[in-house]
Design a binder for this molecule. Structure first.
Ligand SMILES: Nc1ncnc2c1ncn2[C@@H]1O[C@@H]2COP(=O)(O)O[C@H]3[C@@H](O)[C@H](n4cnc5c(N)ncnc54)O[C@@H]3COP(=O)(O)O[C@H]2[C@H]1O
Ligand SMILES: Nc1ncnc2c1ncn2[C@@H]1O[C@@H]2COP(=O)(O)O[C@H]3[C@@H](O)[C@H](n4cnc5c(N)ncnc54)O[C@@H]3COP(=O)(O)O[C@H]2[C@H]1O
Lengths: 141, 141
């Protein structure tokens, strides 16, 4: 009975929906992306195109690693490089129907996962925190 | 029976021990800390003093936020500011004897937690990934 209640939970109940998710646009320069990341406080955020389709993830490490020169961080180059040259596109996605165990397996290696609909439009994100809160609840019943 | 096996697990079985943990020293300038963070790829790492006592956590966001000026990121200031002026000391710690449910509760709001002995010496870290892997195993039995 306990096990049954967890497996009934889907992404839809755990998702942080798109309007609450900080993101950057495909054409943005890294300078803008880094400002969004530092001001929001997030290590990485989704990258969306102009129609709100999910394209990849961009994080502070990839940006800083890109401009790390032999002597210093060459921050002036940030306005010349676009987000799509640096973003990570090799990331799993989930849909709203995916079940709890699929979510759990996916967040083992990813701090958050993007949720898309069947046409690739961005629905929101599923975070490790949401999964851990649910598991904590389940184990205290 | 299933529930019993999880509650028997302690920090000691899940810990990433200190020699495998990237860290910075209390006296280091932010410039060194940022290099350690970008090269290791970690968003944040522990700060230890010269005797290996745990002092706090330092992350890329706190460093970048500190040098974000009105016009640009003032990276030249990184060599003048020390890690202890920026690090976060308001963080929970665990000990090797703490049980699984205590770990789970603590990582809900922290991507990783530092483990110390009874004299405050740094033993290692407990990550969300370690907790999630254990829970995944438990739910697939
Ligand atoms: N402003 C804030 N207020 C309170 N707690 C905060 C916070 N920023 C970060 N945290 C805490 O730190 C964890 C790691 O954040 P990080 O930015 O590295 O990694 C985050 C970030 O990359 C992304 N993320 C989370 N919420 C987001 C949002 N609203 N928009 C865009 N990205 C988000 O998902 C990752 C995992 O998030 P998760 O919540 O599991 O885990 C978060 C959360 O527990
Ligand atoms: N080099 C790498 N290889 C493979 N996967 C990697 C990786 N770097 C990061 N990841 C993945 O990204 C997650 C978030 O890493 P982050 O650096 O934001 O946040 C990390 C970092 O701040 C810290 N951390 C983890 N391992 C560390 C280590 N050996 N030394 C210092 N800090 C560490 O604990 C946080 C949570 O780590 P966790 O393993 O749960 O979760 C990691 C892991 O799943």
């Amino acid at each position: 009975v306990e096990g049954k209640s967890l497996t009934e939970i889907t992404v839809e109940e755990l998702i942080i929906s798109s309007e609450k998710v900080a993101h950057v646009q495909l054409g943005n320069p890294l300078e803008h992306a880094l400002l969004v990341l530092v001001k929001s406080g997030y290590a990485a955020v989704p990258v969306l195109d102009a129609t709100y389709k999910f394209k990849g993830i961009i994080g502070k490490n990839a940006i800083l690693d890109r401009v790390l020169g032999l002597e210093r961080f060459e921050m002036e180059r940030l306005s010349d490089i676009k987000v799509d040259e640096v973003m990570n596109t090799d990331i799993p996605c989930l849909t709203k129907e995916d079940d709890f165990l699929t979510c759990l397996k996916t967040v083992i290696n990813h701090a958050f996962v993007c949720v898309v609909d069947h046409d690739g439009y961005f629905d929101g994100i599923l975070t490790r925190r949401a999964i851990l809160k649910q598991l904590n609840k389940y184990l205290h019943v």
